[in-house]
Design a protein around this ligand. Structure first.
Ligand SMILES: [Zn+2]
Length: 163
């Protein structure tokens, strides 16, 4: 994806108020993000690990989604990230996103299992290792990227859909 500036990131959030988006903590190493290898940029709040964020290029815009996550992963049993389908033991968290707009204000959320470090793009490219013996994937890296992008679009559509 194209590199984004701090203000572009803040302006992209669909499930935060303007004030919340202004106050959220961005990654400290934003400028050094490996943008060329990212299908979305994701990070955990460096001071409140229970909060996570990602911003993804969807159609011709950028959509940011704020997530709440438990501090620990899902038990010790291997779990699969629903975005990149990487199998990991302990490195996947159930993350919950308030829905955009009125539905979110009324407390409606969408939950899914996501890599706790929000680095799916690096796993599908083999740029980061999980430490868990993986499934034998017959897909090429290109196909795995396409699958990740498709799953990401589906998740974002669920966050943005009317209740
Ligand atoms: Zn993942």
């Amino acid at each position: 994806m194209e590199p984004l500036t701090e203000s572009e990131l803040r302006a992209s959030f669909v499930n935060l108020t303007k004030g919340e988006a202004k106050r959220l903590r961005l990654p400290r190493d934003l400028a050094e993000s490996p943008w060329g290898d990212l299908d979305y940029v994701g990070w955990r709040d460096p001071q409140s690990p229970g909060r996570g964020y990602f911003v993804a290029p969807i159609d011709d815009r950028h959509v940011g989604v704020a997530l709440r996550a438990p501090t620990a992963g899902v038990g010790g049993r291997p779990s699969i990230c629903s975005l990149c389908l990487t199998l990991r033991s302990g490195g996947v968290s159930l993350m919950v996103a308030p829905r955009a707009g009125k539905a979110g204000q009324q407390g409606h959320t969408v939950g899914t299992n996501i890599c706790s470090d929000l680095a799916c793009s690096l796993y599908v490219r083999g740029k980061r290792e999980t430490g868990t013996p993986g499934m034998h994937e017959t897909l090429t890296v290109e196909q795995r990227i396409d699958r990740l992008v498709g799953n990401l679009e589906t998740f974002v559509a669920r966050v943005m859909s009317a209740a």
